[in-house]
Design a protein around this ligand. Structure first.
Ligand code: SF4
Length: 365
C-alpha cells in the first residue's frame, strides 16, 4: 500500500537507492541527512537505513575493525569549562583520580595493556587548555619517543589547543602519528558547551595538525542538547575537514557537570544518528567512542549495524568501558573482524588511529 506523504524518512526503497548512490560517489544533501535523522529505527525505513549504512561501510572500508585505547596522562584540574566534562574547572566529580603528568613507566605499562586489549593505538590525553611550548612540550615529546621505542601500540596524543605550527611539527618529529582534537559539536552550538576557548581555536589547531603531516582524529559528542539540524551541521563540518578518524561520542551525563541533569539519548536515536553519519561520511573511519555503554546499554552489541568501523576498547578517561572480549564477539556476529596488529595511518579505508573519548574526556581536544 502506498505511504501517504512519502518522504525519505519513511521510504525504505528510497533509502536503499540513496545508499547505492553514495557508493557510486554521490554526496548526500543536508536536507536528506535531516530526513535520515528522523527515521524510526524500528520501521522498515530503519531496517533500510542500517542495511544501507553497512553497505556503504563495506564498500568503502571493508570488514576489519579498528580499535584504540586512551590514557589520561594528566587528569583533573583543567582550566577549561566544557559542560560535559568531569575534569572541567570547578567540577567536583569523584569518578576518577586526579594526577599530574604520569611517569614514563606508567605510560609504558598502559601501552602493554592496551596492546593486550587489541588496541592499535594509545592516545595520551591531557586535561589542560593545550600543550605549551618549552618544558611541557619537551616532556610530552619524551613520553612519545619512549612509547614509540617500546613498540606494541602507536603513540597518539590529544593535548588540546596547539599554539603554533612549530608545536605541531615538534610532536610530529617526536613520532606522533595521529593528533586527536574534537570539534565536539556544531559551531552554532559550541558556545553552549564551552566559553573558555573558541571554535575558531579548535579549527586553527586542526589546521596546524594537518599541515604538520600528523593524522587527524576529530569528532564530537551527541546528546548535549543540540538540534537535529545542528547534528547535520557538525557532520558537514567534519565532511569538510576530512579527519582520518572520527570518534562519535554520546553524552554520559555525569553528576556535578553542567550537563549532568540531561538524560542520555534513547538508544534508537543513537543508532539512527550513527547510521546517518555513515551516509554523510562514507569513506571515513567512524568510531563509536565514549558514552555508548550508557546510551545503548543491553543493546550495545547491535552497534555495528550502524556502519561504524571502529570502537574504543578499554576504559575511558574518567569512566569505565567494555571488556575487549565483548567486542570480539559482537564483531563476529556482524561478520566483522577485530585487528590484532598495529597499522600505519591511512585515511579512507585504511588504518588510522583513534582517539577520542568523552565526558570526562579530555583536552580542548
Ligand atoms: S574536555 Fe578537555 S579541555 Fe574541556 S574541561 Fe575536559 S579536560 Fe578540560
Amino acid at each position: 500500500m502506498p505511504i501517504a506523504n512519502p518522504t525519505l524518512a519513511n521510504d525504505p526503497a528510497a533509502i536503499t537507492a540513496l545508499a547505492e548512490a553514495v557508493c557510486a560517489g554521490t554526496t548526500i544533501s543536508s536536507s536528506d541527512a535531516l530526513e535520515l535523522l528522523s527515521v524510526d529505527e524500528a520501521s522498515p525505513a530503519g531496517a533500510a537505513l542500517f542495511a544501507g549504512a553497512q553497505r556503504i561501510r563495506d564498500h568503502f572500508i571493508g570488514k576489519t575493525l579498528k580499535c584504540c585505547s586512551v590514557l589520561n596522562v594528566k587528569a583533573g584540574n583543567c582550566s577549561e569549562n566544557c559542560s560535559y566534562c568531569a575534569q572541567a574547572s570547578g567540577v567536583a566529580a569523584t569518578t576518577y583520580q586526579k594526577h599530574k603528568f604520569l611517569p614514563d613507566e606508567d605510560i609504558r605499562q598502559a601501552a602493554s595493556s592496551a596492546a593486550a586489549n587489541g588496541a592499535q593505538a594509545l592516545g595520551l590525553v591531557a586535561a589542560w587548555w593545550g600543550v605549551k611550548e618549552g618544558s611541557q612540550l619537551d616532556m610530552v615529546c619524551d613520553a612519545v619517543k619512549s612509547l614509540k621505542d617500546a613498540g606494541g601500540v602507536r603513540p597518539d596524543v590529544n593535548l588540546g589547543i596547539l599554539e603554533s605550527q612549530h608545536c605541531a611539527d615538534r610532536l610530529r618529529q617526536a613520532g606522533v602519528a595521529v593528533y586527536g582534537h574534537n570539534l565536539e559539536t556544531a559551531r552554532s552550538f559550541f558556545d553552549n558547551i564551552c566559553t573558555t576557548h573558541s571554535y575558531e581555536e579548535r579549527l586553527k589547531t586542526v589546521q596546524y595538525i594537518k599541515q604538520s603531516g600528523m593524522g587527524l582524529c576529530s569528532g564530537g559528542i551527541f546528546g548535549m542538547g543540540e538540534s537535529p539540524a545542528q547534528r547535520v551541521e557538525f557532520l558537514e563540518q567534519l565532511r569538510f575537514l576530512e579527519p582520518d578518524m572520527i570518534p562519535l561520542n554520546f553524552l554520559n551525563p555525569i553528576a556535578g557537570t553542567k550537563l549532568g541533569h540531561l538524560a542520555p539519548l534513547p538508544a534508537g536515536d543513537g543508532f539512527v544518528t550513527l547510521a546517518t553519519a555513515r551516509f554523510m561520511l562514507p569513506d571515513r573511519n567512524l568510531m563509536a567512542a565514549g558514552g555508548k555503554e550508557v546510551v545503548f546499554a543491553d543493546r550495545l552489541g547491535e552497534i555495528f549495524k550502524t556502519g561504524i568501523n571502529a570502537v574504543m576498547v578499554g576504559n575511558y578517561l574518567t569512566t569505565l568501558g567494555t571488556a575487549p572480549e565483548f567486542w570480539v564477539e559482537a564483531a563476529r556476529r556482524h561478520g566483522l573482524r577485530m585487528p590484532r596488529t598495529v597499522t600505519a595511518i591511512s585515511p579512507p579505508g585504511g588504518g588510522c588511529a583513534e582517539r577520542a573519548e568523552q565526558p570526562g574526556r579530555a583536552s580542548a581536544a
